[in-house]
Design a protein around this ligand. Structure first.
Ligand SMILES: O=P(O)(O)OC[C@H]1O[C@H](OP(=O)(O)O)[C@H](O)[C@@H]1O
Length: 318
C-alpha cells in the first residue's frame, strides 16, 4: 500500500529534529498542524489508505525527539478524534481535531499563566532556566496583573536558550540579569522564585526538563527558595502510569565541543543529555491549566485525563 508522507510533513519533522522548532508546547502545536497538512494533502482513494498515510506521518513526527511527551499526546488527540468511513469524513474530522487541539493549547497556556501568576508577588525576582513558553506565560500574566518583576536568567548551556528568555523578558520591560549556569546557587539568595517548564511530567511527580533543572531544584531547596514547574497537561506522560520511563534525549557532542577543540584535548568521551529528572521532593508545585498540584498528587489528574491509553496511539488497531 502506498503510504506517502507529504513533503511538508517531512520538513516539519526535520525542523523539530534540528530544533528549528523547539519547546514542548511549540513542538506539539507544529506536530498537530503537520497532521492537518497531511490530511489536506492526501490524495488517498480509500479510507484505509488515508489512515495508513496519517499513521505514517505520525510515525515520522514521533521519531524526531524522544523526550517531550507533548508530541505523542498531540498525535494521540488527533487520532482519537478521527472518525468516519470515507476519506472525506476522516479528513474533515482530522482537520477539525487539529483546530480544536491548537485552540485548547493556546487556552491552556493562558489559564496556566493566570494560576502561576498568583504565586508571584509584586516586586519579586524570578530565576529562569532554559526557554519555556509555559513558564513565560506565568510571568506575562503577573505583569498583566500589574506586578513588577525582575529576572535572573540562566544562559542554559549548551544551546544558550536562556537568551531567548532574556530577549522576551526585555520586550516586556522586565529587568534581566543573565548569568552562567554555574552561578545559579550564588544568585539564589537574591531571588524569590525559581520558575521552570517541563518536557514531561511522570506519574510520581518527577519533572523532566532541560538539563540542569534538577541541580537547580536541589540548590533552591537548600537555599529555601520556592521552585515551580509550569506545565500544561499535555506534558503529563501517560505511559509512566504503567511503569514506562521517560527516554532522555542524547544530543550531538558538537553542541558542547567543536572538532578543533576536541582534537586539541585528545581522546575523551563527551556526553550531551538534553534533559534531566527532578524528583518530586525537590519541586514545590506543578502549575497546570487545571490548577496547581503538589507533584506527588499529579497522578490523580493523569488518571482523570488519560484513563487507559497506549504509548503509540497511531499503532492502535483501527
Ligand atoms: O512547552 P514550553 O513551556 O515552551 O517548553 C518546555 C520545555 O521545552 C524545552 O525543551 P527544548 O528546548 O525543546 O529542548 C525546555 O526544556 C523547556 O523547559
Amino acid at each position: 500500500m502506498d503510504t506517502e508522507v507529504a513533503p511538508a510533513v517531512e520538513a516539519v519533522a526535520a525542523d523539530i529534529a534540528e530544533m528549528e522548532i523547539r519547546g514542548a508546547a511549540t513542538i506539539a502545536d507544529a506536530a498537530a498542524d503537520a497532521l492537518a497538512t497531511q490530511a489536506t494533502a492526501s490524495d488517498a482513494e480509500t479510507a484505509e489508505q488515508f489512515r495508513a498515510e496519517m499513521h505514517a506521518a505520525a510515525g515520522v513526527l514521533y521519531d524526531t525527539r524522544p523526550t517531550a511527551v507533548s508530541l505523542p499526546n498531540a498525535l494521540r488527540f488527533v487520532f482519537q478524534s478521527m472518525e468516519g468511513t470515507t476519506v472525506e469524513s476522516l479528513r474533515q474530522s482530522a482537520v477539525d481535531a487539529v483546530e480544536q487541539f491548537r485552540d485548547q493549547l493556546d487556552r491552556a497556556q493562558d489559564d496556566l499563566g493566570e494560576i502561576g501568576a498568583n504565586r508571584l508577588r509584586d516586586g519579586d525576582t524570578v530565576m529562569t532556566h532554559c526557554h519555556s513558553t509555559d513558564a513565560l506565560a506565568c510571568i506575562e500574566a503577573a505583569l498583566d496583573q500589574g506586578k513588577e518583576l525582575s529576572a535572573v536568567v540562566k544562559e542554559t548551556r549548551p544551546r544558550n536558550q536562556g537568551h531567548i528568555t532574556a530577549e522576551q523578558l526585555r520586550e516586556w520591560d522586565v529587568p534581566v540579569t543573565l548569568i552562567v549556569d554555574s552561578a545559579a546557587r550564588r544568585y539564589l539568595d537574591e531571588v524569590d522564585h525559581v520558575l521552570v517548564g517541563a518536557d514531561a511530567v511522570a506519574a510520581d511527580g518527577s519533572v523532566v526538563n532541560k538539563i540542569g533543572t534538577s541541580g537547580l531544584a536541589v540548590s533552591a531547596r537548600e537555599r529555601g527558595v520556592p521552585i515551580m514547574t509550569a506545565a500544561q497537561t499535555i506534558k503529563l506522560h501517560p505511559g509512566t502510569m504503567t511503569g514506562h520511563t521517560v527516554e532522555i534525549e542524547m544530543r550531538d557532542e558538537a553542541e558542547i565541543i567543536g572538532p578543533a577543540e576536541r582534537d586539541e584535548i585528545g581522546d575523551i568521551a563527551v556526553e550531551n543529555p538534553a534533559f534531566d529528572v527532578t524528583p518530586p521532593r525537590y519541586m514545590d508545585a506543578i502549575v497546570t491549566e487545571r490548577g496547581q498540584f503538589p507533584p506527588e498528587s499529579i497522578v490523580t489528574l493523569m488518571r482523570e485525563l488519560f484513563g487507559e491509553t497506549s504509548a503509540r496511539p497511531w499503532e492502535d488497531p483501527v
